[in-house]
Structures are given as structure tokens and as C-alpha cells.
Design a protein around this ligand. Structure first.
Ligand code: NAD
Length: 297
């Protein structure tokens, strides 16, 4: 293991460098430029920031980025029509619809309409099902990034380790548990009905926290030497901060740092890995769709 504070920003930067080289190669050898369509409906401020970061990173590694900013009043029918068009667009290999969507639109109807081959978020039930039964699938970006940190960066011998995933959402908790299970971890999934979370934490060699509650997981719960991956992104008021708030994770970083052998900070941990994995999924989709050999990124 290299460092105690896992620098997700640096790991993601390294990945982006490798992806930029791979994209240059794909273009030169096969005339292929992977294309990512990012659809934003409405003006949800955090979503606008996420989408901007995704588009910026896509362009930086040489992908084509197609942006669709639709008004908050967009009907489900119109959004489904756009997705149908993107599904058959040969320049588009990945489609991302930023969540949450306005109330008049059913997110499951929209996610189900995306061609699973272009589903770079990995939210389509086909991809979720394929992941669950161990078939090749588009893996949701956040859990994919967490697994990269544990397996490829820290090089943990995952088989047989006890992993605790806190949270059971479709976008983080469930796919994270499936990935760790596939690696041979003994996986526990904790959630809002879990009776004694500190006792679950005390058993875990690896904790992945995806709860959505600021600094919720305490250092005193954590087994000495455990590896802690903090997925949470929470704003807490802070009059001393320039913006009037700070961004913190689901783990109380300072107390957890004392107990853990390695831990991701927030910001600068999982977040940059999520975006890197989105780009990696887009390259993968482009290669699978066009039948071009896939680079190792
Ligand atoms: P979610 O609200 O869909 O799920 C939260 C989960 O936490 C639920 O499954 C719930 O059962 C569980 N939970 C709630 N209270 C609990 C408790 N007291 N004990 C144990 N479990 C409890 O959230 P999500 O979409 O999975 O996101 C979780 C967090 O991760 C949020 O802060 C979100 O902003 C962040 N997130 C970060 C990234 C990233 O790129 N870093 C990506 C996705 C989500």
C-alpha cells in the first residue's frame, strides 16, 4: 500500500493521461473518436456543475462531447424522442442523462430507453442484471472508480476480505456490493434499517460509505487498519469558508484517518474517479459498438 490518504485526483489524472493516449491511437489507427452525449434537463445547480466537469474532462481526453441542455418544462415524450435519436446516432457511443430529472419525467422510463450498449452510466436494468449474474456489463462509474482504487491502485488482495458497503442505492451501494462480491470479498450491505452499524463497521476490512449524511461514520467504529472509501458528497454550512459552506464526505475524516490504513478524502477522492470511469466507459462503448479492439484503459 502506498499512501494513507488516497489521492483520487492524482489517480484519475493518471487514468485520463492514459485514456488521452488511447484515444489518439484509436483515431490514428481506426478513425474512431468516441462520442459522449450528455443530457441535462432543467437548471439544478449541482447537476450543472457535474455536467460541466464531465464535458470538460471528455474534451480533455479527446472525446467528442455533445451537449443537450433542455428546459425544465421538457416533456417525457420529447426527452424519449431525443434518446431514440441518440441511440441511432453513429457518432454517439455513450449517452448520459443527468439525474435528478424534473417531476414530470419518470427516470426509470428514461434510463430504460437508452440503448444498453450506450449506457455509460450503467443504470439500465440490462447492465444491472448482467453485473448481478457476472456477465460483461457497463459498470456504474462511481462503484467502478471505488473498485479501481481498492484493486488496481492499492492492490488489495480482495478475495476473502470482509467488505461493508453502507447504502443500497441502485447507482452506488448495490453495484458496489456486486463488484466486491465478484472479487471474492465477504460482503455486508448496511442501510437505513441496519440495527447496529458500529458493530458492522468493527468487523470490516473495507468500508465503502455511500449514505448521503455528513461525517456520519465515526473513526471509533472503524477496525484499526481498515481501508475506507468515502463516496459521500455533502455540503455543510461554514461561515469561514469562501462560499459559506464546505464539502464533506459521509465519513468523519479526521477520526477515521487515525484508525484506517488508507482513506479517501472528500473532495479529491472518489469524485474524480467517477468522471474518469465515465470516460473509460465511453471508450469501451465506442470499441464494442464498432468492433475495434479495446485499449486497456
Ligand atoms: P441514496 O440517498 O440513494 O442512498 C443512501 C443510502 O444510505 C440508502 O440506501 C439508505 O438505506 C442508506 N442509509 C440512510 N441512512 C442510513 C443509516 N442511518 N445507516 C445506514 N445506511 C443508511 O444516495 P446515493 O445516490 O447512493 O449517494 C450516497 C452519497 O454518495 C451521497 O452523498 C451522494 O451525493 C454521493 N455520491 C457521490 C458520487 C461521487 O461521484 N463521489 C456519486 C454518487 C453519489
Amino acid at each position: 500500500m502506498t499512501e494513507k490518504r488516497i489521492d483520487g485526483k492524482a489517480v484519475a489524472q493518471e487514468l485520463r493521461r492514459a485514456m488521452a493516449a488511447a484515444v489518439t491511437d484509436l483515431k490514428a489507427k481506426h478513425g474512431l473518436v468516441p462520442g459522449l452525449a450528455v443530457v441535462l434537463v432543467g437548471d439544478h445547480a449541482p447537476s450543472e456543475i457535474y455536467v460541466r466537469n464531465k464535458q470538460k474532462s471528455a474534451k480533455e481526453v479527446g472525446l467528442n462531447s455533445y451537449e443537450y441542455n433542455l428546459p425544465a418544462s421538457t416533456s417525457q415524450k420529447d426527452l424519449l424522442k431525443l434518446i431514440a435519436d441518440l441511440n441511432v446516432d453513429k457518432d454517439v457511443h455513450g449517452i448520459l442523462v443527468q439525474l435528478p430529472l424534473p417531476n414530470q419525467i419518470d427516470p426509470m422510463a428514461v434510463l430504460s430507453a437508452i440503448d444498453p450498449a450506450k449506457d455509460v452510466d450503467g443504470f439500465h436494468v440490462t447492465n444491472a442484471g448482467r453485473l448481478a449474474v457476472g456477465l460483461p456489463a457497463m459498470i456504474p462509474c462511481t462503484p467502478k472508480g471505488c473498485l479501481y482504487l481498492l484493486k488496481d491502485h492499492l492492490k488489495l488482495p480482495l478475495a476473502g476480505m470482509r467488505a461493508l458497503v453502507i447504502g443500497r442505492s441502485n447507482i452506488v451501494g448495490k453495484p458496489m456490493a456486486a463488484l466486491l462480491l465478484a472479487e471474492g470479498c465477504t460482503v455486508t450491505v448496511a442501510h437505513s434499517k441496519t440495527k447496529d452499524l458500529p458493530a458492522e463497521c468493527a468487523q470490516a476490512d473495507i468500508i465503502v460509505a455511500a449514505v448521503g449524511r455528513a461525517e456520519f461514520v465515526k473513526g471509533e467504529w472503524i477496525k484499526p487498519g481498515a481501508v475506507v472509501i468515502d463516496v459521500g458528497i455533502n455540503r455543510v454550512d461554514d461561515a469561514a469558508a469562501a462560499k459559506g459552506y464546505r464539502v464533506v464526505g459521509d465519513v468523519d475524516f479526521n477520526s477515521a484517518y487515525e484508525k484506517a490504513s488508507a482513506i479517501t478524502p472528500v473532495p479529491g477522492g472518489v469524485g474524480p474517479m467517477t468522471i474518469a470511469c465515465l470516460l473509460s466507459n465511453t471508450i469501451k462503448a465506442a470499441c464494442v459498438i464498432t468492433g475495434v479492439p479495446r485499449p486497456a484503459v
